[in-house]
Design a protein around this ligand. Structure first.
Ligand code: C5J
Length: 231
């Protein structure tokens, strides 16, 4: 039996069945949100991304309590760099390149401390962690097969960064037929203007890539109550 829930979203109400909806938590890794990691080597102020952690933690708690599927992703590369395209390695002028030793271990390398998910959002037993070499969560991973085999048709998308890995993933998911709701305060960017534009692009043209809503609307829908107005 389906139990459809509905919430106010941009550009139109979003309807979902918790049984066929997964929470996707994208790349909430120390490498992106803490000093000394990949994000900082690119010259970014990583403190901007930490605002995402408290609302995302509340969403994580609620989806776990509701028994929904939770999937985490991590961007990174094998220690021998065999899955790292030379173009990605050469790109830009970072202070440290992917694979170089940094204060939190080798930059963006699987198994290193910096590559793992921050303590506040650490996966619990039973939650899938998808390791991905690219920006999109579907490229060179088994994510699509996992979602299809478990009957997931909708994604609640969170994580970092809005215009890079979140956007790439939403576009990939949309092309594969998934309905994506992006929680505006649970995604973040080093560039506030890109964050705003990224969200607007998702909901524009009647929801060309999906829907956007604040996490309070999603939490209220899960709890079966009207969303509180924003304070
Ligand atoms: C980036 C990501 N920004 N997770 N990765 O390189 O968005």
């Amino acid at each position: 039996m389906t139990a459809l829930l509905k919430l106010d979203a941009d550009p139109s109400p979003f309807t979902f069945d918790p049984a066929t909806t997964a929470l996707l938590v994208i790349d909430m890794q120390r490498d992106f949100v803490e000093p000394g990691g990949f994000g900082e080597t690119l010259g970014n102020d990583v403190t901007l991304l930490r605002a995402v952690i408290p609302p995302l933690r509340a969403v994580l708690d609620a989806t776990r309590a509701a028994g929904m599927t939770v999937i985490h992703t991590r961007e990174g590369h094998l220690p021998d760099l065999s899955d790292l395209p030379p173009a990605k390695l050469r790109r830009g002028t970072p202070s440290l390149r992917i694979g170089d030793p940094g204060p939190k271990g080798r930059i963006l390398i699987r198994g290193e401390y910096g590559h793992d998910i921050v303590d506040e959002l650490a996966p619990i037993a039973g939650e899938l962690v998808v390791d991905k070499p690219g920006k999109g969560s579907f490229y060179a991973t088994g994510l699509d097969e996992v979602l299809r085999s478990t009957g997931v048709t909708s994604l609640v998308v969170t994580g970092v960064t809005t215009e890079v890995c979140v956007h790439t993933t939403v576009r990939e998911a949309n092309d594969r037929g998934y309905e994506c709701l992006v929680l505006a305060d649970c995604v973040g960017s080093y560039f506030p203007q890109f964050h705003q534009a990224g969200l607007a692009m998702i909901a524009a043209q009647g929801g060309i890539f999906g829907w956007v809503a604040p996490s309070r609307a999603f939490l209220a829908a899960l709890a079966g109550r009207p969303a509180l107005p924003q304070t």
